[in-house]
Design a protein around this ligand. Structure first.
Ligand code: NDP
Ligand code: MG
Length: 387
């Protein structure tokens, strides 16, 4: 064991990004030490990770989860709970991977940056909801955000590792979208979508919430907001283009018309390893393309009428303040209701739109204001769910 291993905290360890992060860590035992974990409901899976990686500190949601986990792990393992537990673990690592799903990831994002550590960010909802607050804590000495989201990781690479687009040479960012399982479907056909169809993503295997977001294109809308906050660029310089095979993960267009792109097969271990290893690239062939076979790259504009989530996200970005927090919160409520078979697929974006109609400008200047706006938007979204 080397004393200089990078100390990694993995929040959301049992999910799709979490398990792929473990796969990266498994292959680099001399480089990384997994020091802490957080999970939600899958406690048996969490316990298995604790023993495999000999992790000493774990965060779970509440005391009931702690009692359930305790007999499954070594008695020396410290189990902390709630948002305070997440914050505690996130403030004691060299790199924190935020792979928690949804707004619940906010304490991880904030505590990591406040501690002046590297945040490997998959949890886009925290950045979208709290952008003005994140912008402030990001200036803590040592604090860095490295984007795990594949589009943002691509842009990061095309900007040569920088997260700032203030450079006058950058004209715009192109965020690519697979188009999801319903690309090319008419509004009429979309009304009959089933849960199984919405959960069958053509190119990526992901957790259920983001898979549904990909089917409505709300994921792309959230990614535009994420890119705007991450790269500090106005949304009118960010565009979305549909690229069905997910080989080009996004692009940066420079003022002379030159477009730089990052290409690989769709495999999230590549961006995860990029964020963990930087400035070193880890030598594994995740996502390697085979140019001995023919490779066709197709691009088309998104259908903004059939997928109104995209324009809702742009509208929220232009209103700024708490509008993106409302969009994301309302979407979480609607997607959860859809996954529980309480509403139809076509109701998801309608619920978000109806919730946004109640939004009144709020500058969002504190963490308390973020939490309060999230709660208010959720209440209104619940009220907008069709019965
Ligand atoms: P999953 O649903 O697969 O996993 C979510 C993880 O978060 C699980 O470990 C879950 O625990 C945990 N979790 C949920 N609520 C809490 C909580 N309150 N406290 C602590 N942990 C919690 O989601 P994904 O891995 O797909 O996505 C995670 C994040 O990464 C999302 O923000 C998503 O948008 C983003 N992302 C995902 C991509 C992907 O390929 N999957 C690509 C790009 C971004 P448990 O399961 O034990 O309940
Ligand atoms: Mg993405």
């Amino acid at each position: 064991m080397s004393a200089s291993r990078t100390r990694v905290a993995l929040m959301g360890a049992t999910g799709s990004i979490g398990t792929q992060t473990l796969d990266v860590l498994r292959r680099e035992p001399d480089r990384f030490e997994l020091v802490s974990l957080a999970g939600g409901r899958r406690l048996a899976e969490l316990a298995a990770i604790v023993s495999e990686f000999r992790v000493r500190r774990v965060a779970v949601n509440d005391d009931a989860a702690r009692r359930e986990l305790a007999p499954l792990v070594d008695p020396g393992v410290e189990v902390v709970t709630g948002d305070a537990g997440l914050r505690e673990l996130a403030s004691d690592a060299d790199v924190v991977v935020n792979a928690v799903m949804g707004f619940a990831g906010l304490p991880v994002t904030l505590a990591t940056l406040e501690a002046g550590s590297r945040l490997a960010l998959a949890n886009k909802e925290s950045l979208v909801a709290a952008a003005p607050v994140v912008a402030r804590v990001r200036s803590t000495p040592g604090a860095e955000i490295w984007p795990v989201d594949s589009e943002h990781c691509a842009i990061h690479q095309c900007l040569a590792g920088s997260t700032r687009t203030g450079h006058p040479d950058v004209a715009k960012l192109w965020v690519t979208a697979s188009g999801g399982p319903f690309r090319g479907w008419s509004a009429q056909r979309l009304r009959g979508v089933t849960k199984a169809e919405a959960l069958a993503h053509p190119t990526w295997s992901m957790g259920p919430k983001i898979t549904i977001d990909s089917s409505t294109l709300m994921n792309k809308g959230l990614e535009v907001l994420e890119a705007s906050a991450l790269f500090e660029i106005e949304v009118d310089r960010i565009d979305v283009v549909v690229h069905p095979t997910s080989v080009v993960h996004s692009m940066v267009e420079y003022v002379d018309g030159s477009v730089l792109a990052q290409l690989s097969r769709p495999d999230m271990r590549l961006p995860i390893a990029y964020c963990l290893g930087a400035p070193t690239r880890l030598a594994h062939h995740w996502g390697r393309l085979d140019f001995s076979q023919s490779l066709h790259l197709a691009f088309e504009p998104p259908d903004r009428d059939a997928f109104p989530a995209l324009d809702l996200a742009y509208a929220a970005a232009r209103r700024a303040g708490a509008a993106p927090a409302w969009l994301s919160a309302a979407n979480e409520v609607a997607v959860e209701a859809f996954l529980e078979d309480r509403i139809a697929w076509s109701d998801i974006v309608a619920v978000v739109a109806a919730t946004m109609d109640h939004y009144e400008d709020d500058p969002l200047d504190s963490v308390e204001a973020v939490v309060e706006n999230d709660a208010r938007a959720r209440r209104i979204a619940h009220g907008n769910l069709p019965s």
